[in-house]
Design a protein around this ligand. Structure first.
Ligand code: PBG
Length: 327
């Protein structure tokens, strides 16, 4: 295959050829739409660094999820901001906690969309870390017990799938065992397996009011320099019973998604995180990027790297774009 016998430009000459040989296509089926739920009624509070995203009370959340469903998006991912935070994250596993109430309402009022819940403690602890503390250290083993309890409380409320994101060792085992014991052996786990200590979560922490009050998350989230370690983390989660494995963030870690695709045969999710969303929104706002094209090219790249599922704040806009057809 050499010039002049092979001329790749022949098959790029017009959109018909390009459509015919395109290897990767996005579909609305690929997307999961993350949403933030807060206490109260009639709350729809804009998140400054994530234009078009809101903190929503349960009544407003129901309305928003109907729109998401009507666009054909198969799933939402819920994050909760409780009325009260404490040292031990009581709000995370409370029977009438914010996520639990939201899930129950959604299952009742919008039954035909999957509800996935994020299982972590950082939104519920007064110190903002993802687990319980001893001194300034997050203690692993007591934390995974609470994560198990939290997952069960979500399943009890009606969650279709749980997504542990705390990056504690053994968290998938603890959650699988807790779910099985409570007769939720049919509830799958989407594990945030390779989750990096990333600055791209910045806008999310405003949305979820979950920034750590001291220090950072580097003692539990992964070091951005490590690729082989991601494979070890994913291997552990697969052995512990994860049904879906996740890489997070997405765009700065496409190499990790690609390696995961080559090495594992489970479905792979990638989280196109808040900072990735905010960058495009900000540049578009300044007139420096074409927002729609930047969005679609980013999402396409995540899928081309090997992701089957893309968690993204662009879910609705991308779904609308795809339903216009042609491209
Ligand atoms: C919670 C969690 C975070 C995100 C998802 N789950 C934040 C963090 O680890 O600090 C980030 C998502 C985003 O940035 O969109 N543990």
């Amino acid at each position: 295959m050499q010039y002049p016998d092979y001329r790749p430009r022949r098959l790029r000459a017009n959109e018909h050829f390009r459509r015919m040989i395109r290897e990767t296509r996005l579909s609305v089926d690929d997307f999961v739409h993350p949403l933030f739920v807060v206490p109260g009624k009639n709350v729809k509070k804009p998140i400054a660094s994530m234009p078009g995203n809101f903190q929503l009370s349960v009544d407003q959340l129901v309305k928003e999820v109907k729109i998401t469903r009507d666009l054909g998006i198969p799933a939402v991912l819920l994050f909760g901001i409780p009325e009260k935070k404490d040292e031990i994250a009581t709000g995370a596993f409370a029977r009438d906690g914010i996520v639990q109430r939201a899930v129950t309402a959604l299952k009742d009022k919008v039954p035909d969309i999957l509800v996935i819940t994020d299982v972590c403690l950082c939104e519920y602890t007064s110190h903002g870390h993802c687990g319980m503390l001893r001194g300034t250290d997050v203690e692993n083993d007591p934390t995974i017990e609470v994560l198990g309890e939290t997952a069960v409380s979500h399943a009890r409320a009606g969650a279709d799938m749980v997504a542990p994101s705390a990056m504690m060792d053994g968290q998938v085992t603890a959650i699988r065992e807790a779910l099985d014991e409570a007769d939720f052996d049919h509830i799958p786990i989407m594990a945030y397996s390779a989750k990096y200590a990333s600055c791209f979560y910045g806008p999310f922490r405003e949305a979820a009011e979950s920034a750590p009050q001291f220090g950072d998350r580097k003692a539990y989230q992964m070091d951005p320099g490590n690729g082989d370690e991601a494979i070890r983390e994913i291997t552990l989660d697969v052995e512990e019973g994860a049904d879906i494995i996740m890489v997070k963030p997405a765009l700065p870690y496409l190499d990790i998604i690609c390696r995961a695709r080559q090495e594992f045969d489970l479905p792979i999710a990638a989280y196109n995180v808040s900072g990735e969303f905010a960058m495009i929104k900000a540049a578009a706002n300044l007139g420096w990027l074409d927002e729609e094209r930047a969005m679609m090219e980013s999402l396409l790249s995540i899928k081309r790297a090997g992701a089957d599922i893309i968690l993204t704040y662009f879910a609705r806009e991308a779904a609308r774009f795809l339903s216009k057809g042609s491209r």
